[in-house]
Design a protein around this ligand. Sequence first.
Ligand code: FES
Length: 276
Amino acid sequence: MSKQLPVVGGHPTGFGATSRPDNWWVGPAATFLGLLTFLAYAHWAAFQGEHYYAHSYLSPFYSPVLWTDLAAAGSAPVEHAWLGIWPEWWPSFLPKSPALLILVFPAGFRFTCYYYRKAYYRSFAGSPPGCSVGPMAPSGKTYHGEGRLLLFQNLHRYFMYAALLYIPILFYDAFLAFYNGGNWGVGVGCFVLLLNASLLSCYTLGCHSFRHLIGGRSDCMTPCGKATTQFKLWKMSTWFNGRHMAFAWVSLFWVGFTDLYVRLVSMGVIHDYNTW
Ligand code: FES
């Protein structure tokens, strides 16, 4: 006779125990692989410090460029660097990668996102890995709320303010992509950058903190029964918010792909079809 599992709240408890008949593990496993792949690639790309610029295309991992190291292959021209050439006083043991100076804000925004918290609590910590599934973490190490170190997550709204600043910058990069060597034109990379800025906007405008900022904190947005501009903006954010998980994934994939596209064009591995 098989051993009976203890039952709490109508479902078995214990390491990965469940009475669910469906393939509940597919979601957490796919999330684990997807996020791990992106993290590995993004770390590798951010530390390269080269091949992040190809004629008028700038990788979003490196935008905005604060300083540029002109000796690095595929680096941004000096007119694209907000503060000019890389300073002499920079310690030699630190990599001269513009990405490392600016990635903390988009990375912090993603890391503290309400959707991603669920994603990595389930897929990396397994605490629990799914509804009605026992935690994978050792006994006594399960999720007890966002206290102690996890209080860091409360910085999300501040990362959101920074993330909002990145949107016009990325659209400006996409706009500049059409202007190569003093000539206007169009190339495949222009659309890659434009789509990247658009998808990141869709992700950011659906942020729970943003939705709260523009309307969620108000008790009434329809005085006298009339929809105000604030109400319309809040409705727009609500539409994106309902699709936040989808935009989180699509924008994550596309921002990585955009870096890869620019990198491969810069290295001469692929050809960018364009009118120049
Ligand atoms: S909740 Fe996901 S970005 Fe703010």
